[in-house]
Design a protein around this ligand. Structure first.
Ligand code: SF4
Length: 336
């Protein structure tokens, strides 16, 4: 097994290496892997095992990320590589995100240049790092993302938000993010994700402050994270960071180690939407649930429908290039 030199780590006095990439800060002895299964202490340094491992590649509507206020109706070239800094009980992509300790690298490496060539030929307007956790394939995403930006493809991260401040400092190629805010207590994060809430909260504030376009997703899991007081606290937090952060509340589908639970009732999703609106959030979308205009963009000023969506496609877009409502002139925040 031989990986490529990783970024963001340092040697420690006792002969270990400390990975500085995510909030976990794994301290690894020779031969040990990090929690993400994608980094290994090898030959006295930290190596990444998944460089070039573009195991999931698709051309997706940007609405699928989900991003509803970033180039709506456009396609995004989407790439995922093995590994994750969380281990969520209900993971929808666990064969990709938890490759296991026998994973020793890509069978066929796809260099960043090849990825960008394919992205440009595809007609995509952006480049998304998604499906698993981009932090876990940081080096590959960085090299592809910077080349993509030079080629006119802004970068998108779809992330659990657990990356370190040092990692965030290097995301100069990222124009938009969707961060999962999976719950709002440390207990929930510890038990259901294997991560922690504090780092995610800090990153939501910091990403917004740095001017990266930000949307947030919460998967509503019946009996696990759907109680009113937690949802009210979560929505109030987002509204305090900015009432213009679009909040996507998604229906849970029983999967993986949460297959014994039920899917989210529509009434719970609607209640969450009310809670978000009461907290002052201007745009609350319901995901994984069809019909009823749940994913339409409405003007927060006059209520006029501005963008109508059917599934992941946009059927109507009445916003002007600068994002103004044609009825009342209200400015809608986003990248249009
Ligand atoms: S990126 Fe992986 S190795 Fe590094 S701190 Fe996070 S889980 Fe540990």
């Amino acid at each position: 097994m031989s990986g490529r030199e990783a970024r963001l780590w340092r040697r420690t006095e006792g002969g270990g290496v400390l990975c500085l990439l995510c909030g976990r800060k794994c301290l690894l002895r020779e031969g040990e892997r990090g929690f993400c299964e994608a980094r290994i202490h090898e030959g006295g340094g930290l190596k990444t095992l998944n460089y070039g491992a573009a195991e999931a590649v698709n051309l997706d509507p940007v609405e699928k990320k989900p991003l509803h206020h970033f180039l709506p109706g456009s396609l995004t070239f989407s790439v995922g590589a093995p590994g994750c800094t969380f281990d969520c009980l209900g993971c929808q992509n666990h064969s990709l995100s938890r490759p296991g300790n026998t994973y020793s690298g890509p069978l066929r490496e796809t260099p960043p240049e090849a990825l960008i060539r394919a992205a440009r030929e595809s007609g995509a307007r952006s480049l998304s790092f998604t499906y698993s956790e981009p932090t876990a394939f940081f080096e590959y995403a960085e090299d592809a993302g910077r080349r993509g930006k030079e080629a006119g493809l802004p970068g998108i991260w779809v992330t659990n938000g657990f990356f370190s401040r040092e990692a965030l400092d290097r995301l100069d190629y990222v124009s938009a993010m969707n961060i999962d805010l999976k719950g709002f207590t440390e207990g929930f994060y510890r038990e259901v994700t294997g991560g922690s809430l504090g780092r995610v909260r800090e990153n939501i504030k910091e990403v917004k402050a740095r001017g990266i376009w930000l949307e947030v997703t919460t998967l509503l899991i019946p009996t696990v994270n759907d109680n009113e007081s937690d949802l009210k606290a979560l929505a109030a937090f987002l509204a305090e960071v900015s009432p213009d952060i679009p909040w996507h509340v998604s229906r849970f589908i029983p999967l993986h180690r949460q297959s014994h639970l039920h899917q989210t009732p529509e009434s719970s999703l609607e209640r969450a939407r009310e809670i978000g609106r009461e907290a002052g959030l201007r745009h609350v979308y319901l995901g994984n649930v069809g019909g009823r205009g749940y994913s339409d963009t409405l003007c927060p000023g006059c209520g006029a429908p501005l963008i109508k969506r059917s599934g992941y496609s946009v059927s109507l877009n009445r916003l002007s290039g600068s994002g103004e409502c044609p009825e009342c002139g209200e400015r809608i925040m986003g990248v249009w």
